[in-house]
Design a protein around this ligand. Structure first.
Ligand code: S3P
Length: 172
């Protein structure tokens, strides 16, 4: 089959644990374009982890760096950009993505999200008394924004390969 060529950067959005990095990587591989993770870019530039950045510099600082990374990547050659769960919430980011990229929301049931994030300690927003309740509250507050993505693909039960194929089908 002929290689499909990407005209715009694809921006993976959705909750923590949605699989933005896993599916984004597989999609980048399938389309033979670079994969970039905004959290990893921010960590590399700051020389510390997301948790440390939240702790030492604050969330506002993190959100500013996040917008810069999104803006920079959308101004370059097409790639697959995986963003943090909060990235699609800021109108500035949504506008940038809408004008220069294509957004893909990975729609995942809350129970599945919880199973994927519960054993990790890398997410500062879930360091609360009741992280499950926090995850539910974030989901409730965010889902209306995610639904405005250009493309929506479910990633609850399917494999990485099946989900990646579904994204490709929606893109081309
Ligand atoms: C965040 C999600 C994280 C990271 C930061 C904030 C959020 O990324 O950007 O901890 O606001 O949901 P993942 O979605 O990759 O966990």
């Amino acid at each position: 089959t002929m290689a499909q060529s990407l005209s715009k950067t694809v921006v993976m959005v959705g909750m923590m644990g949605a699989g933005k990095t896993a599916i984004g990587r597989a999609l980048a591989h399938a389309l033979d374009v670079p994969f970039v993770d905004s959290d990893a870019e921010i960590e590399a530039a700051a020389q510390r982890t997301i948790a440390e950045i939240f702790e030492r510099d604050g969330e506002d600082f993190f959100r500013q760096r996040e917008t810069e990374v999104i803006d920079r990547l959308l101004s370059g050659p097409p790639c697959i950009l995986s963003t943090g769960g909060g990235a699609f919430l800021a109108p500035t980011n949504r506008d940038l993505i809408a004008s220069k990229g294509v957004s893909v929301w990975l729609d995942v049931p809350l129970d599945v999200l919880w199973e994927r994030v519960r054993h990790k300690d890398t997410r500062p927003l879930l360091r609360t008394e009741n992280p499950r309740a926090t995850l539910n509250a974030l989901f409730d507050a965010r889902v209306a924004h995610y639904r405005r993505a250009d493309i929506q693909v479910e990633y609850g039960q399917g494999s990485i390969a099946e989900t990646t194929t579904a994204v490709q089908r929606a893109l081309f």
